[in-house]
Ligand binder design. Structure first.
Ligand SMILES: *[C@@H]1O[C@H](CO)[C@@H](O)[C@H](O)[C@H]1NC(C)=O
Ligand SMILES: *[C@@H]1O[C@H](CO)[C@@H](O)[C@H](O)[C@H]1NC(C)=O
Ligand SMILES: *[C@@H]1O[C@H](CO)[C@@H](O)[C@H](O)[C@H]1NC(C)=O
Ligand SMILES: *[C@@H]1O[C@H](CO)[C@@H](O)[C@H](O)[C@H]1NC(C)=O
Ligand SMILES: *[C@@H]1O[C@H](CO)[C@@H](O)[C@H](O)[C@H]1NC(C)=O
Ligand SMILES: *[C@@H]1O[C@H](CO)[C@@H](O)[C@H](O)[C@H]1NC(C)=O
Length: 633
């Protein structure tokens, strides 16, 4: 078994070599085939579960949990310790990128056997607490005999947390770090260990809209490709017979601030905080907005599960609105409608409202710049901005590539296209043009935050660009989704007439940068495709104004109570708070803490959080960018 001390040493050795020798993979110009091989190498071909903390499920692609430590070298090196995680999300995206690289780009069709392995694995993520239902989980499920409930959880993470000294050498790590003079680092490790143990219950989550609608989108793609992959489509379809369930869930669990029903109008106080201008406008106009949430569960159900000791509950007991989940849900709906995977009656008036209102909310989050000022709250679980931009632009691409069909659908589809067109052409594109950085002779690239908050040995800022490959690929994919359409006859992508020359140049320069660096070994291939909702103390929900304070058992909780570790309580916003009243609440402390009105960025001081990263996902997004670029006439 790989002990943590060997991990630490290996890690130091590798970094040493990289820093001193600038090792580069000697390279031919990167090709789609080379990427394909790398992605294939990172699919698990056999179940592996002999080593605690290192279980791997057959068919899934690699992804890891890492910690976003940053700062001096000895601290930032900790980012390189990754713990293998089995989840549906990364694999759903990788498969989606592989299929789209072929459909919209010049990549060869995926290997049917490999695709089948992935689909078989994805099929195991249907929530077993809802037999026959199409709802999906993020993590694998384990049956709890005591409670009779299936619990999904990051098995490897929980196992490592529970490993005693005999199995996991905490004392050895401590000794190694202290011997190296890294007391501060040991404290960080210890803190993180405690923190994660503390929030363990946060990992027994309900099914979610994100995975469920990604899976619906996958079904739509497989339906369109069913002549090439008849078995993959068959097994998907036989595991997803009740698509009506997804429609019901969207309606049941939508956030409706103007509703009178507590289950529909009560939300995470962080959501209310960032979304307030959007909600207040709706209130003024008497517009009963309904928005896609994250969890397929409500307050009453969470309370019941929690009081009965049945594990599966929403983190902090409340639902929230996350623009990334919302974007993926919109894309899943759009793909399913256009492919004819769902009947026109599936898209009823209530669903149309959710579809239009959620698009309006995403558009507002971008144009109001809320996404840039409070990314920690707006992208509640998904810190990568470039990922979010691509996810939302996919709906625009689908609609503008199907202009001939749009009149067959309800008017709201045209409205959604209009909203996204304005958002992406007039706001996102100029933002991307301004955010691109130039490397003379190599092209242009985009950085998000991973590896960009470090210091060198002299204490000077050091930019490592660890998500640069991923962010650059997603920026290209976003620009292509905004400014091209797919022609079904020629199977080519075409620039939209109005595309400005500087946008085309930017895309071509970013593609050049990707070709030079993706397989060069010069940059890490990390991405932050997922995280917990808490990035630091400033994103704890109960530090935000709330008008619904209860213990889980329903007793009232005083806003001045002294919270102790282990108190189970709900702090939410129910209904709509008068704007003047809310402003006063922002100025008041909550449980003794000031409202966190500013965010210092994902590399801010005191900001350390676990994030999920997947190298094959990074490669798959690059493959999509290159294959699509290559397919433009
Ligand atoms: C779901 O698909 C798997 C293969 O991916 C298949 O073995 C299984 O029988 C399917 N389940 C149902 C209920 O059809
Ligand atoms: C099953 O649920 C009970 C009650 O919540 C819990 O105490 C127990 O640890 C769970 N068992 C497993 C194996 O997770
Ligand atoms: C919400 O949807 C309703 C019904 O489709 C529509 O009348 C209203 O304008 C929408 N509001 C927003 C902000 O999208
Ligand atoms: C784009 O420009 C071409 C050539 O000028 C023209 O034929 C075509 O109709 C235009 N397409 C659109 C959608 O305006
Ligand atoms: C509810 O829970 C709180 C905190 O655990 C406790 O103080 C209170 O007595 C409980 N109330 C009831 C009615 O059980
Ligand atoms: C909270 O703790 C402070 C300081 O220990 C104490 O003065 C105060 O009365 C406590 N508040 C409550 C509601 O128990």
């Amino acid at each position: 078994m790989a002990t943590a001390s060997t991990v630490v040493f290996k890690l130091l050795a590798v970094c040493h070599i990289l820093m001193l020798l600038h090792v580069e993979v000697n390279g031919d110009l990167i090709t789609v085939n080379a990427l394909n091989r790398r992605i294939a190498r990172q699919q698990v071909l056999h179940d592996e579960d002999s080593i605690p903390g290192q279980a791997r499920q057959k068919g899934l692609y690699h992804s890891e949990i890492r910690l976003n430590f940053h700062g001096p070298t000895e601290t930032s090196l900790l980012r390189d310790i990754g713990l293998y995680d089995n989840n549906a999300f990364a694999t759903l995206w990788i498969v989606t990128c592989l299929l789209e690289s072929h459909t919209y780009g010049t990549a060869p069709a995926p290997d049917p056997a490999r695709l089948q392995l992935a689909v078989d694995a994805i099929n195991t993520f249907h929530s077993r607490n809802l037999p026959g239902d199409a709802a999906m989980d993020f993590w694998p499920q384990v049956y709890n005999k005591t409670t009779g409930v299936w619990e999904q959880s990051p098995e490897n993470l929980l196992q490592v947390l529970h490993l005693g000294e005999n199995d996991f050498p905490w004392n050895t790590i401590k000794k190694v770090l202290l011997d190296l003079g890294l007391e501060k680092l040991w404290k960080d490790v210890e803190t993180m260990h405690e923190l994660i143990k503390d929030t363990e219950h946060a990992y027994r989550i309900p099914p979610d809209f994100d995975d469920s609608f990604l899976n619906l989108g996958l079904g739509a793609q497989l339906l369109q490709l069913k002549d090439s992959f008849p078995l993959a489509y068959q097994s998907w379809a036989s595991n997803n017979t009740d698509l009506q369930s997804l429609q019901n869930h969207l309606k049941s669990y939508a956030y409706r601030p103007l509703s009178k029903d507590n289950n529909a109008n009560t939300i995470d106080p962080r959501t209310y905080y960032y979304m307030r201008p959007f909600i207040e406008k709706a209130v003024k106009e008497g517009d009963e907005v309904a928005l896609v949430t994250t969890w397929i569960q409500n307050l009453a159900e969470t309370r019941e599960m929690s009081l009965a000791g049945k594990g599966v509950v929403m983190p902090f007991y409340l639902n929230n609105v996350d623009v990334t989940v919302a974007a993926n849900t919109l894309a899943g709906i759009t793909e399913a409608l256009l492919a004819g995977l769902v009947k026109p009656t599936w898209f009823d008036r209530e669903l149309q409202r959710i579809y239009l209102n959620t698009t309006a909310m995403i558009s507002w989050a971008v144009t109001s710049e809320a996404i840039f000022t409070r990314p920690d709250l707006v992208m509640t679980y998904y810190p990568s901005l470039y990922n979010f931009l691509w996810y939302s632009s996919r709906t625009l691409f689908l609609l503008q590539s199907n202009q001939d069909k749009i009149q067959d659908y309800p008017d709201c589809v045209k409205d959604v296209q209009q909203l996204l067109t304005t958002t992406f052409r007039d706001h996102v594109t100029p933002w991307l043009v301004n955010s691109a950085q130039t490397e003379i002779g190599s092209g242009r690239f985009f950085d998000d935050f991973l590896g960009d908050g470090d210091k060198d040995i002299l204490g000077r800022p050091k930019i490592h660009g660890e998500d640069r490959i991923f962010s650059t690929a997603q920026a290209v994919n976003t620009l292509l989704a905004t400014w091209t359409t797919f022609d079904k006859t020629s199977k080519k992508l075409m620039w939209i007439n109005e595309t400005r020359a500087d946008v085309k140049t930017l895309v071509s320069q970013a593609v050049s940068w990707l070709e030079k660096y993706t397989l060069s070994g010069r940059f890490k291939t990390y991405n932050a495709f997922f995280s917990g909702s808490t990035k630091s103390v400033s994103s704890l929900p109960f530090l935000y104004p709330a008008n619904f304070l209860q213990y889980v058992n329903g007793s009232t909780l005083s806003p001045t109570a002294n919270l102790t570790r282990g108190t189970s309580f709900i702090a939410g916003v129910t209904g709509v708070i008068d704007p003047d009243e809310y402003r006063k609440m922002v100025d008041q402390p909550h449980f003794g803490y000031a409202t966190p009105t500013k965010f210092d960025g994902f590399n801010g001081p005191e900001t350390v959080f676990p994030f999920w990263s997947s190298e094959p996902y990074t490669y798959a997004t690059v493959m999509l960018a290159l294959a699509q670029y290559d397919n433009i006439v």
